[in-house]
Design a binder for this molecule. Structure first.
Ligand SMILES: C[S@@+](CC[C@H](N)C(=O)[O-])C[C@H]1O[C@@H](n2cnc3c(N)ncnc32)[C@H](O)[C@@H]1O
Length: 622
């Protein structure tokens, strides 16, 4: 095994140097490795198998022995300390056992104190390493941070990769103001983030000597215009001006720091909290904190030789007032957990809800009194809030197939109602109009997905994947073939069902991403037994989450069936300053730019933004 070879080489070197203690320490470590790490066979064993359980126990024992050896090696100078760390890394950074399997090992090591010991030895080693590296930087003329002959190359590469992942996770841009809390003597993460993005970054370090060292390094690298180091406590430092805050894994007291950030930052701040997972807890402690303002929106899990994972925290509630083109009677703050169809609120005209509400405005001008308003597939329920504000119905019912969507709708609507309109709302879960029972309504609004989800993924949908539609084969019996081809099956099934739930003068409102030809849309209403639909609103918007949508439309294209996309920027240029009075005028204006979904996907891959038409249609049964 490669590992034995390495041991052999190191033992020989220690023998030659006459270091008997070193030789013995290495031999002890070699023995524990041999008993525990049979990596090659380990991974193939089924999870939960007795063999695997036994090996997990052995790995636990090996780690404990390794930590003991590490303690000995830590007293024998940096080269041996380094080797012992590398050996322990061989177990901890191999992804050999799952995080679940690591739990027992960690619990046991916690009680014996081995876990804390290991973290302490790793921390101390990192400090040594950083200090020695600082010396190299400060005493050499022109230092390449990644000199391949330098033993720290591996360490620096890890930070380069880690920060690259973090830059992507929080989407850090040159104009961001970034704060790094707990930067240590060598603020390598700050240097890397500054280099990778060109942004300004400030560091907070509570030990004055470490902060001084950092400043010297940054000066020496000629980066003092971009990276600043403050000697301060993270839980006290003014944080209100930062758009991104990175909380180092060793930054303490963690909970106080998070509380401070919660209370003093602006809406929209992105917080990156470093932590460890599973067996990597032997390297750094897991970040433990609670938060009420933020939710974990994404995580970068450490794999391979990465020690650190990073959690992206973002506001759980966002201000969605701009979506409703009207002065609101109460603040509209809604849950944004990344699953609830609320993307792109910064730019409301790129959100379909904006067009829904413009359509509601047009309807309200018609002056019809609405008794009962229903929103089918309400998602986070914002459409119902807009209906209260604009249409003032006597009561509202909201439905969704996904129970968690209804939970969110209830929370969003209730929060808004504490100060705003108090229209009575009924919440029901189920497929299309089925949960309405025998109830009827004056207006039934629906915004349904177009792209089918395979039946085997239905469970995932119910757990909250909301980007695709639910295809219950029974609901869809009798959908005309042509409509299916244009991905209008769910819309057809909805229209069919809605007919028996409309009051005599009732109407449906259908919110459509109009990527299909107008003829197909007219066909949809006709075949479902409705009169020609009326266009209540229309517009052109950016395709959000393009990689989740465009390839799916492309996959449904054939020589006869094509969808319509437009290059976003060019289309916007054509439309600027024009007042367009009807939907067909808009399509005519954009005609020359039209792309099939297949072509749009090619452009997307080249980094182009794509847009599509959107409309709110109203129709009554024939
Ligand atoms: C695009 S969101 C609509 C959100 C909201 N109504 C609006 O207009 O902003 C689509 C919603 O449809 C729901 N959905 C998908 N298939 C459904 C079905 N067969 N019956 C009811 N709801 C469904 C999803 O759970 C999701 O919340």
């Amino acid at each position: 095994m490669a590992m034995n070879y390495e041991f052999g080489r190191h033992i020989a070197a220690e023998q030659q140097a006459g270091n008997i203690q070193g030789v013995n320490a290495l031999r002890r470590r070699q023995r524990s490795f041999n008993t525990a790490i049979r990596q090659g066979t380990f991974r193939e064993l089924p999870l939960e198998s007795p063999e695997r359980r036994e090996l997990v126990i052995r790995i636990g024992t090996a780690i404990e022995k390794e930590v003991e050896s590490l303690q000995e090696a830590s007293l024998l100078g940096l080269p041996l300390y380094h080797k012992a760390i590398v050996d322990l890394d061989h177990i901890l950074l191999t992804d050999i056992i799952s995080n679940d399997e690591a739990v027992d090992i960690i619990l046991r090591s916690e009680t014996t104190g081995v876990l804390a010991k290991s973290q302490q030895l790793y921390g101390q080693y990192e400090t040594f390493l950083e200090e020695s590296f600082v010396n190299v930087i400060l005493h050499s003329g022109d230092i390449d941070l990644l000199d391949p002959n330098n033993i720290t190359q591996n360490y620096l590469m890890r930070y380069r990769n880690l920060t690259a992942n973090e830059v992507a996770l929080a989407d850090i841009k040159p104009e961001d103001r970034v704060l790094f809390i707990g930067s240590g003597p060598l603020p390598i993460s700050a240097i890397e983030i500054a280099r990778q993005t060109g942004c300004q970054i400030d560091c907070v370090e509570h030990f004055a000597d470490k902060a001084d060292t950092s400043r010297a390094v940054i000066d020496h690298l000629g980066m003092s215009g971009q990276v600043h180091v403050y000697t301060a406590e993270g839980q006290e430092f003014p944080v209100s001006n930062y758009s991104v805050i990175l909380v180092g894994v060793l930054a303490q007291p963690k909970q106080e720091i998070i509380n401070h950030i919660e209370q003093n930052t602006q809406e929209g701040v992105r917080v990156l909290a470093r932590t460890t997972e599973g067996i990597r807890e032997f390297i750094y402690p897991e970040a433990e904190f609670t938060t009420s303002r933020f939710i974990p929106r994404d995580i970068n899990h450490a794999v391979k030789d990465q020690a650190l994972s990073t959690i992206l925290l973002k506001d759980r509630l966002i201000d969605a007032s701009k979506l409703i083109p009207k002065q609101l009677s109460a603040p509209l703050r809604i849950i944004d957990d990344g699953e609830a169809y609320v993307s792109n609120i910064t730019d409301p005209q790129n959100h379909w809800l904006y067009y829904a509400f413009e359509g509601f405005n047009a309807l309200s001008k018609q002056g019809k009194k609405i008794g009962h308003f229903v929103s089918i597939a309400t998602g986070p329920g914002v459409d119902a809030i807009g209906a209260m504000e604009i249409l003032h119905p006597e009561r509202i019912t909201v439905t969704d197939l996904v129970p968690t969507a209804i939970d969110q709708a209830r929370e969003n609507i209730s929060r808004y109602q504490e100060l705003g309109e108090r229209t009575p709302v009924t919440y029901v879960v189920g497929n299309l109009c089925e949960p309405l029972g025998n109830d009827t309504a004056d207006v039934i609004y629906a915004n349904l997905p177009n792209i089918p989800i395979p039946t085997e993924l239905l469970d995932q949908l119910l757990e909250g994947i909301t980007a695709a539609s639910y295809f219950d084969p029974e609901t869809l019996q009798g959908v005309p073939e042509d409509l299916g081809k244009y991905l209008l099956s769910l819309q057809y099934a909805f229209l069919q069902q809605a007919k028996s739930h409309l009051t005599p003068d009732g109407q449906v409102l259908l919110n459509l991403g109009a990527r299909m030809p107008i003829t197909a849309i007219n066909d949809l209403f006709d075949k479902a037994g409705y009169q020609q639909p009326e266009v209540l609103s229309f517009g052109f918007k950016l395709q959000t989450e393009p990689f989740d949508t465009i390839p799916n439309y492309a996959a449904h294209e054939t020589s006869e069936v094509q969808f319509a996309y437009y290059p976003y920027r060019q289309a916007k240029e054509i439309l600027t300053g024009k007042s367009i009075t009807n939907f067909s005028e808009l399509t005519t204006l954009l005609e020359q730019l039209k792309l099939s979904a297949t072509d749009a996907f090619e452009r997307l891959k080249q980094g182009e933004q794509l847009g599509h038409l959107v409309t709110l249609l109203s129709a009554k049964p024939k």
